[in-house]
Design a protein around this ligand. Structure first.
Ligand SMILES: [Zn+2]
Length: 714
């Protein structure tokens, strides 16, 4: 059966139509398939709002009339029925390794879900009977006007051609891979919740059907990358959730103009500092920048970058980021390009000279390599946008900040102002984020603030997301949400969370797990935290994770309630995988619990003891703190070998000295000494402690009692 369907596709363009080829690449909203009324409504609402934006100059509507054959019963193509495979997976005869692996991935997950195995075959060896899922850019797929080349490199189409044939194909192999991930999520119900064997939810199905309608997607952000995953298992998890780096933006001028080469041949490329030419020695990474107005330096940069792209045709970008720690050229020509002002960080603003130079380089390199991007850092001396120069749209300045801060309204306002001043100067932006899990000793989550930030970022033209993460998987869905929202910031955060909790621990346990995370979301976005010393004292881009003082705000109530909720969660799970995932969350929590109790015990030692009751409480806290401090070390040793719970930034590293605090919880019992005279209860309690065997507290109690007895005899 064939039916004529009208497909409306609404596109926003960021550039005038005369450059429509390039404008297609800047597609910012996905295509929809709507009825006329909804489309009219959409235009009425969207156009006035969007055209106010300087970025959005033209919007057009394409109306395509096409014949889309559909199944008579209106259902999707049968792939598995009653646990039996109904066809094959087809790859191009000359499929790349990535394309073949993607097809194998599809087959494996369908088999895990249904027990039916779909064979992967080459296009020239297709059996006559049965349905076919074409994966990648097969000859078959190329017959249809799927407009794959108009998609972003990570975009894809899942297209039911007729009753027998389904195409999953991207603009590139990456797009195809993400298309298969989408198919597995949407049509099989797979969720890559957490890394590791038990982290993937694969529901048991007896039947799998293709989609009834075409799915066409591309990411809101062209580059979605996180660093700090400690092993292959965790990196694989991120890749399934469509993490992919396409834009490099780290310090790079030192590599573009290596000192060992240019000091001899082009000393004038190096900066004037304090009236003299500075020539960096070998291995000097920071504290200098090239003289960006030196004769021939722009041409040399263009030549070097062109050579790089010729040698690495698959590279998607080149970083033009400044070297670390300033050291800009002070020659008169360079300085004449500057505003002459200091920027918000109190250092000389050199953004105009720098971005003017970057623009020249980018414009020229694009003539030979038109599909490339150029990342850089909006950082330190180039932390403010330039005043005279508008950045090339292929140049992506990345703004650094821990945007958890934005739950505080005044900091949000400041952060938004800076972002918006950049958005005015640069059509394409990047957000450099600090999502740090470890070494935090509590689950540091702020899901709703994250969702708000990603939506805002998208509105401001942020197309690149990078984050230092060093995961702490006790934070549950945090990184899952981040990757989902980087792909599509319009996803509903509450739906995403509900879906994650349910897939993770099952329907009955899900509300309990949700409540656990809500406790911590409230903790990290509370006014107590916002007004506290720890939060307000950090003057860096990231919050002060080197300091444990945020722990002071933890109450015993939240720790006890957390344990209660997680134990209930474990109890309410139905399948063994759900149970294992709940237990994993509980185990991760035990480290938070041990850290909190031992830290709090060390804090309470500061108090004075003014009665018997307080002396007994003091002993109780010290004992618990001691036990928890030991538990903390035991857990850390155990996590060291764990593929998921391992701490990628362990407290054992040098910078984390203040988090180690071997002294936490092993606080002294000596402050109760004066109470031995006054209270039998205190003495009896210490006797009990001294009888608990070989441990620090028992030994200490024994010493205290021995000294007291000796004094009595005198
Ligand atoms: Zn200079």
């Amino acid at each position: 059966m064939s039916k004529t369907t009208i497909i409306y596709q609404a596109y926003y363009y960021q550039r005038p139509l005369r450059d429509s080829q390039s404008a297609f690449m800047e597609l910012t909203t996905p295509a929809w398939r709507w009825d006329r009324a909804r489309l009219r409504d959409f235009i009425a609402k969207a156009l006035p709002r969007r055209t106010e934006s300087r970025l959005c100059r033209v919007a057009i509507i394409l109306v395509l009339v096409t014949d889309v054959p559909i199944r008579a019963d209106g259902k999707g193509i049968p792939i598995v029925l009653d646990h039996l495979a109904q066809g094959v997976i087809v790859v191009p005869d000359d499929a790349s390794i990535q394309n073949r692996k993607t097809a194998a991935l599809l087959s494996e997950y369908i088999a895990e879900s249904t027990a039916a195995t779909l064979e992967v075959v080459q296009e020239s060896k297709i059996p006559l009977q049965g349905s076919r899922i074409y994966v990648g850019r097969t000859r078959f797929a190329e017959q249809f006007s799927l407009r794959l080349s108009e998609l972003d490199a990570d975009g894809f189409v899942i297209h039911p051609v007729d009753e027998q044939n389904l195409v999953i194909a991207g603009a590139t192999d990456w797009g195809t891979e993400f298309g298969v991930c989408e198919f597995l999520e949407e049509l099989v119900g797979v969720r890559w919740l957490l890394p590791g064997e038990d982290g993937t939810h694969v529901p048991e199905q007896s039947e799998i059907l293709g989609p009834e309608e075409s799915i066409r997607q591309e990411p809101a952000s062209i580059s979605r990358f996180m660093s700090g995953f400690p092993n292959v298992v965790q990196n694989e998890w991120a890749r399934r959730n469509r993490m992919r780096s396409r834009i490099g933006f780290h310090h790079n001028l030192l590599h573009l103009f290596p000192a060992e080469k240019y000091v001899k041949t082009h000393p004038h490329f190096f900066p004037i500092q304090n009236g003299k030419r500075y020539l960096p020695g070998q291995g000097v990474l920071g504290g200098w920048q090239p003289c960006l107005t030196a004769e021939g330096i722009t041409e040399e940069a263009i030549k070097n970058i062109n050579e790089f792209f010729c040698a690495h045709p698959d590279a998607t970008s080149f970083s033009l980021a400044v070297n670390d720690s300033g050291g800009d050229c002070e020659c008169a020509t360079c300085q004449s390009r500057d505003t002459g002002e200091n920027n918000h960080l109190g250092v000389r603003d050199v953004s105009d000279r720098y971005f003017e130079w970057c623009n020249q380089v980018v414009t020229e390199v694009l003539k030979s390599h038109p599909d490339k991007y150029f990342g850089c850092l909006a950082y330190y001396q180039v932390g403010m946008p330039p005043t005279e120069v508008e950045l090339h749209e292929r140049l992506v300045p990345c703004l650094t900040q821990d945007r958890m801060r934005w739950f505080d309204q005044s900091l949000k306002k400041r952060g938004h102002e800076l972002t918006e001043s950049w958005a005015k100067a640069s059509p394409t932006l990047g957000f450099y984020e600090y999502l740090y899990g470890t070494p935090y000793m509590l689950p540091r989550i702020y899901f709703r603030q994250m969702a708000e930030n990603y939506r805002y970022a998208n509105q401001q033209g942020v197309r690149v997301h990078y984050a230092e993460v060093y995961p702490n998987w006790g934070e549950g869905p945090k990184l899952y949400l981040a990757l989902k929202l980087q792909w599509n910031p319009d996803e509903d955060i509450d739906k995403l969370l509900d879906d994650w909790y349910t897939a993770c621990v099952g329907k009955e346990a899900a509300p309990l797990l949700a409540e656990y995370y809500e406790l911590w979301e409230e903790f990290w976005t509370s006014s107590e935290l916002a007004n506290g010393e720890w939060f307000t004292s950090s003057n860096r881009e990231y919050l002060n994770f080197y300091s444990p003082e945020y722990m002071e705000l933890v109450s015993e109530d939240i720790i006890q309630r957390s344990r209660e909720l997680l134990e209930l969660t474990v109890g309410k799970t139905k399948t063994s995988k759900q149970k294992k995932r709940a237990e994993l969350m509980l185990e991760a929590f035990e480290y938070y619990e041990a850290s909190a109790y031992s830290y709090l015990a060390s804090q309470k030692h500061l108090k004075t003891i003014s009665n018997e009751e307080e002396a007994l409480e003091f002993i109780a806290i010290t004992l618990k703190g001691g036990a928890m401090a030991e538990q903390r070390q035991t857990l850390l040793a155990k996590f060291g070998d764990h593929p998921v719970l391992v701490h990628p930034r362990p407290i054992s590293i040098k910078q984390h000295e203040r988090l180690r605090c071997e002294a936490w919880g092993v606080g002294s019992l000596w402050p109760v000494y004066p109470w031995l005279d006054k209270s039998d209860h205190v003495r009896n309690k210490l006797n009990e402690v001294s009888a608990t065997g070989w441990n620090v507290r028992a030994a200490q109690a024994k010493n205290i009692l021995t000294k007291w007895s000796a004094q009595q005899e005198q």
